[in-house]
Write a protein that binds this ligand. Structure first.
Ligand code: PGA
Length: 231
């Protein structure tokens, strides 16, 4: 089954957007996941009750509890109704110092708690231009993937730039990921996915991780419908 996930990042959206998305999605043949900022998890969870749409966090700490100011644990995410958590997003890696080692620890902690990690991997523009894209993707998967993870291929140069990868590039990356992680691994594409460009990605991957376009209920619903059409 295809999965369309919305990563709301640090945008000021909560119940109203969740309600608007629910109102536009009826019975579905695809999975849908929303990842709002931590403070809005509970109200978004309430808005999603009975909709079949899943709730996820955008990050977690690998420890169960302790003196880690600003962090949240897997158990806390579970307690607010999450079933999923994004791990190793490139913004966490580039802006907050997440490393392959800390991403691996977060994946492990999420799985032990019963959350499904959406492990993000992807090369930078520099790595791509140097011909290292597939090698970088493979090394990120080998460092952190565990059975039970969903993997999101998100080339750093395509995130928030309006410049999506080509479907061929996404297909090659998905193949690299499945060689490293196992042939049945669910692989998403992320990076400037919108209602207009999404359809080809659904024929080469198992879904999409959507940032900017997930903040617009109509655009997000159109992406979900495109995923259904290719299912
Ligand atoms: P974008 O973000 O769709 O705005 O490029 C994707 C992501 O960062 O997950």
């Amino acid at each position: 089954m295809k999965l369309v996930a919305g990563n709301w990042k640090m945008h000021d959206r909560g119940r109203a957007l969740a309600t608007a998305i629910c109102g536009r999605l009826g019975a579905r043949r695809v999975d849908v996941l929303l990842c709002p900022p931590f403070p809005y998890l509970r109200e978004v969870g309430e808005a999603l009750a009975g909709s079949g749409i899943a709730l996820g966090g955008q990050d977690l700490h690998w420890e169960a509890q302790g003196a880690f100011t600003g962090a949240v644990s897997a158990r806390m995410l579970l307690d607010t109704g999450c079933t999923h958590v994004i791990v190793g997003h490139s913004e966490r890696r580039l802006l907050f110092g997440d490393t392959d080692a800390s991403v691996a620890a977060k994946v492990q902690s999420a799985l032990v708690a019963g959350l499904t990690p959406v492990l993000c991997v992807g090369e930078t523009l520099q790595e791509r231009d140097a011909g290292f894209a597939q090698r970088r993707i493979r090394s990120q998967v080998e460092a952190a993937f565990r059975p039970g993870c969903i993997v999101a291929y998100e080339p750093v140069w395509a995130i928030g730039t309006g410049r999506a990868a080509s479907p061929d590039h996404a297909r090659d990356a998905a193949q690299t990921i499945r060689v490293a992680a196992g042939p049945d691994t669910r692989v998403l594409y992320g990076g400037s996915v919108n209602a207009t460009n999404c359809a080809p990605f659904f024929s080469v991957t198992d879904g999409a991780l959507v940032g900017t376009a997930s903040l617009d209920a109509e655009a997000f619903a159109a992406i979900v419908r495109a995923a259904e059409a290719s299912s």
